[in-house]
Design a protein around this ligand. Structure first.
Ligand SMILES: Nc1nc2c(c(=O)[nH]1)N[C@H]1C(S)=C(S)[C@@H](COP(=O)(O)O)O[C@H]1N2
Ligand SMILES: [Mo]
Length: 555
């Protein structure tokens, strides 16, 4: 504070003190209101471009694209499906912090503060343009227009919170570089402080207008998805020409702590990079099939798919990011068309029969790419273009209107959601999204098993305790599950009925629990005779391995 000004009466001194005490508050408020205005206007403009082009989503998406695999894995592990919410809140927190700083800066350097807002807009615009699903230069608009609005609001509010004399006397520019009253202008000694009333009115008006713009943008963005929602509501799934056999009696053990055999859509795990779930209208959806060795390239509509013979299959889907004992695995009854038949009609020949393409790259509407071995898709397994999940059209979060499902392969190399393009190519000439980030080119699901009950650190009573869980080795099938108590011998568990070799299998083991601490361990053997390995590996690059153990204390 500057106490070098002579002849200040007590009255005036008090007014000045108040002025200097409240101005930082005005600075902070200016910054926050300007930041809010920028985001709200960006939201409104994004409704005219695309919702995904908004700055927070664009920066979030760009961050996801660039996050080192280890960090992404850590985020998935710690925040699970909330990882996206955490990311968005993090971005908002950082923005709020910088808004505060820019607001304070603008108190002294109006232009610099406003320019800072523009700089943030440039970052948002660059992020939007860098996204794989960017639809062109228009994607920069939400961030740029939003930043201009934010900069203007900050400039205005900073002007209003300047001491009166300075505001009147100092032209923008050099006046900017002096501090409040540092110019030694008339405002310094004679001013009555800045005009709080005008500032509060202007700041409130800017905040209210921003809230209006933001709400309008939200509404318009919501309306955009309405056609897609209507197309999903109208969809009546076809009766499968080849229905899935009924799930055998007893395939689901109905034990407390063990989930149902078919995972309900609402609790099916979700893993993807989409911060905004794509809402695709089935009536305008198209799938293009093209590339190496595709003698008859085709573009199909949803109706074209519906005219084909639908088949229905139970298939267990697993994420490569699933830790040993993790929950990124689920089983659904899928309805779809055979991808192999469609490819064959397009003239595709698998590599084993001399075809030139060994990799099928599926691309989604949000620019995700997943690479699948053509051989696996065409070797007779039920690789699907799925449109139904457990008797319902695919939920939007699970890929409506069409996704791929291939038994036996981790999701990241097979299960493209919101699919719109299939290109036949080679593993040598193209690396899809996850492969570019350190994951494997080929990734068949590893033989795994999990103890679901008792839970870790449970305290069961001594006596009979049922140990139970699931095991999976899609497309090979589960042959045996064994349980070990502490360092005792492996003992065979009772296997529930098998649905198909493409699904998981529940198992149970009657244990005579004795008092004290115990470690329960499980391992599975698949139908090729391969025993689940003890060797612990990380999820990167091709899936976690190792045995799942649970420690309990028996009372
Ligand atoms: N478009 C798109 N498809 C995608 C992904 C994605 O990020 N984007 N993630 C894949 C991964 S890693 C997995 S494990 C499965 C998960 O499917 P689910 O969310 O329906 O369970 O979708 C796959 N398909
Ligand atoms: Mo995954």
């Amino acid at each position: 504070m500057r106490n070098r000004i002579p002849h200040v009466t007590d009255d005036k001194k008090e007014a000045r003190d108040l002025r200097y005490r409240t101005r930082p508050v005005a600075g902070a408020a200016s910054g926050l209101v300007a930041g809010f205005a920028a985001l709200a206007v960006a939201e409104l403009v994004s409704a005219a471009v695309r919702p995904q082009a908004g700055p927070v989503i664009a920066v979030g998406g760009a961050a996801i694209d660039r996050t080192p695999t280890a960090v992404k894995d850590w985020a998935i592990r710690n925040f699970g499906t909330n990882d996206k919410l955490v990311l968005e809140l993090g971005i908002l927190a950082v923005l709020a912090l910088f808004a505060l700083v820019l607001g304070m800066v603008a108190l002294r350097f109006r232009r610099t503060g406003a320019a800072g807002v523009l700089l943030f807009g440039a970052v948002g615009a660059a992020a939007a343009l860098s996204r794989p699903d960017s639809s062109g230069p228009g994607d920069a608009l939400p961030s740029l227009v939003g930043a201009c609005a934010g900069a203007a609001v900050l400039y205005l509010l900073a002007g209003l919170s300047a001491p009166r004399g300075v505001r009147a006397g100092a032209p923008a520019g050099p006046g900017d570089t002096g501090g409040p009253g540092d110019t030694g202008g008339p405002g310094d000694t004679g001013g009555t402080g800045w005009d709080r009333r005008r500032f509060v009115i202007a700041a409130s008006a800017a905040a209210a207008a921003s809230a209006g713009a933001g709400a309008l943008g939200r509404g318009l963005n919501g309306a955009r998805g309405r056609g897609a929602v209507a197309s999903r509501d109208r969809l009546v799934l076809p009766m499968p020409a080849s229905p899935a056999p009924a799930v055998p009696e007893g395939a689901g053990l109905r034990l407390p702590g063990v989930g149902p055999f078919l995972t309900p859509n609402g609790s099916f795990y979700r893993v993807d990079t989409a911060l905004v779930v794509p809402k695709v209208d089935a009536t305008t959806w198209e799938l293009r099939i093209h590339g190496k060795g595709v003698r008859r390239p085709r573009t199909l509509s949803f109706d074209d798919l519906l005219r084909r013979e639908p088949i229905e299959r139970d298939i267990t889907l697993t994420c490569v990011s699933n830790e040993v004992g993790g929950s990124y695995v689920g089983t659904a009854r899928w309805i779809g068309v055979r991808l192999a038949d469609l490819l064959a009609e397009c003239g595709v020949v698998p590599p084993s029969k001399g075809g030139p393409a060994d990799q099928l790259v599926a691309r989604s509407v949000d620019g995700m790419t997943l690479g699948t071995p053509v051989e696996d898709v065409m070797d007779g397994r039920d690789a699907l273009l799925a449109i139904g999940m457990n008797g319902q059209p695919l939920p939007f979060a699970h890929g409506f209107p069409v996704r791929m499902v291939v038994p036996g392969l981790y999701g990241f190399v097979s299960a493209c959601k919101w699919i719109e393009d299939i290109e036949l190519t080679t593993f040598d000439s193209y690396d899809p999204y996850w492969v570019k980030r350190g994951w494997a080119r080929r990734a068949p699901v590893k033989t795994q098993s999990r103890i679901d009950t008792p839970r870790p650190f449970a305290r069961p009573k001594a006596g009979p305790v049922t140990v139970a869980g699931v095991a999976w080795a899609q497309h090979r099938g589960i042959d045996k599950v064994e349980v070990r108590v502490d360092d005792g011998p492996w003992q065979e568990a009772r296997l529930a009925a098998e649905d198909s070799r493409d699904t998981w299998r529940q198992w149970s083991f009657p244990w005579e629990a004795t008092r004290g601490g115990h470690t329960l361990t499980v391992r599975a053997t698949d139908r090729t005779g391969r025993v689940q390995t003890e060797k612990r590996t990380r999820t990167v690059p091709d899936g976690a391995s190792g045995w799942h153990s649970v420690v309990v204390t028996v009372d």
